[in-house]
Write a protein that binds this ligand. Structure first.
Ligand SMILES: O=P(O)(O)O[C@H]1O[C@H](CO)[C@@H](O)[C@H]1O
Ligand SMILES: [Mn+2]
Ligand SMILES: [Mn+2]
Length: 405
């Protein structure tokens, strides 16, 4: 009896989105540019990696071929001829180049509405929103109130935050209200509580998520965000693949950020982990526990949060190589009728200006011992991924997308 596993490599885009120019992202290509920089010796990391990008296992599943199909160019170090997978390219119909939009569409539900965003001004948040937030959360005030990169804003305002007890509130070009606060000086549970209040206040503005960003350390040099990030997200507008599989009485394993991204809806088993290796371990553990018709989905957030937003090309290359090195373990655990899909939710080209996501197409790398290799082309919506999994698991077709299997 079939099972399905999705490894969502957060932000591992492959360029070529036809609407990229509308986002200022024409030419952005996360995997393509990392491979180019690596081949040019611009992604070396002393003692960790050097030279061309080495991801032989993803490449065998069709990564190089997918980048070529998406962007027209084969990146250096990758091959155009996959060895066993069925490869293709996903194009997003949802307007947001953000995590919930990408994930919901992959699970069969494109986002039909416009998210709310905060303007590129200082202050960025509406004063009446902040006044109400301060009143209800019983705060002495807030810091930040602007667009910022999370690590930079903590370095800038972390000490003042510790001194004053004012949480650091910031946003980005995504539909987010983020709150950074010190885990011990401010308190983790208190941070979560004020995030819930912020979520109630921002949901009517169609803000997709409030994100708790706890950190530790006492000075800019030692401040470090912890693994206790928590996302408070609005729920998808229709039942997703997760809801549909759970409603059919099957297991749904949500690993890493997945449960938060779908607001817990349709999740029967939630597993947490920090870092690529732990998240990979959790995925293998879920495969041990998973019964027939189970759906397992893991979000590998580090590509995006640790390397893409930080514009860290060597770090991103090393992370891709680390993930790739574990793939054979996962593949060796696949049962005959298990389906494995590697994909992404948006791009975050670390060679691109700024620190935000990039509008890109994503790889769809499909493997099952039961499937002959082949090409699935450029899919006109990420929802084709969800519908393919639904068909594989024997669920009735949904409203969006078509199976490529
Ligand atoms: O700079 P940091 O705090 O990592 O923020 C990033 O993380 C947010 C959620 O993925 C994005 O909106 C982006 O701004
Ligand atoms: Mn993402
Ligand atoms: Mn991100």
């Amino acid at each position: 009896m079939p099972r399905a596993i999705v490894c969502l490599l957060d932000s591992v885009g492959i360029g070529g989105a036809p609407d990229a120019a509308a986002y200022g992202d024409e030419g952005a290509n996360t995997v393509g540019h990392i491979a180019e920089w690596a081949a040019a010796g611009k992604a070396d990391l002393a003692g960790l990696r050097s030279g061309a990008l080495r991801v032989p296992n993803m490449d065998a599943m069709g990564l190089g071929a997918a980048v070529k199909l998406s962007s027209g160019a084969l990146p250096p170090g990758l091959t155009a001829s996959p060895k066993g997978g069925r490869f293709g390219v996903g194009r997003e119909v949802s307007k947001g180049k953000d995590t919930p939009s990408g994930h919901w569409e992959i699970a069969g539900v494109p986002v039909p509405f416009e998210w709310g965003y905060f303007p590129q001004t200082e202050p960025t948040f509406p004063p009446e929103l902040i006044a109400e937030f301060i009143r209800r959360a019983e705060l002495p005030g807030i810091l930040g109130d602007k667009h910022a990169s999370g690590t930079a804003v903590i370095a800038e305002l972390g000490e003042e935050h510790i001194r004053t007890g004012r949480p650091i509130c910031y946003t980005s070009i995504d539909s987010v209200f983020q709150i950074a606060a010190h885990e011990t000086h401010f308190g983790l549970e208190r941070l979560y509580r004020i995030c819930e209040i912020a979520f109630e206040l921002t949901a009517p503005l169609n803000i997709g998520r409030v994100i708790a960003r706890p950190f530790l350390g006492e000075m800019p040099e030692t401040f470090k965000r912890t693994g206790n990030r928590r996302d408070f997200a609005i729920a998808p507008p229709e039942p997703t693949l997760l809801d549909r599989n759970a409603a059919a009485g099957n297991q749904v394993f949500a690993i890493g950020k997945i449960s938060d991204i779908y607001a817990g809806s349709g999740v029967t088993h939630k597993l947490k982990g920090t870092g690529i290796l732990q998240l990979f371990d959790r995925t293998l553990e879920a495969m041990e526990m998973a019964a027939d018709r189970a759906f397992i989905m893991t979000n590998f957030v580090d590509f995006d949060s640790e390397y893409g937003h930080r514009r860290d090309v060597p770090g991103y290359a090393a992370a891709l190589e680390l993930f790739d090195s574990r793939l054979p373990e996962l593949i060796s655990k696949l049962r005959h009728d298990d389906l494995l899909i590697l994909t992404a939710d948006h791009g975050n080209d670390p060679t691109w200006p700024g620190t935000d996501h990039t509008r890109e197409q994503v790889p769809i790398l499909v493997f099952s011992p039961a499937l002959p290799p082949g090409e699935i082309g450029i899919r006109s919506t990420f929802a084709d991924i969800g519908e393919s999994i639904a068909a594989w698991l024997g669920l009735a077709p949904g409203r969006h997308g078509r199976s490529f299997l």
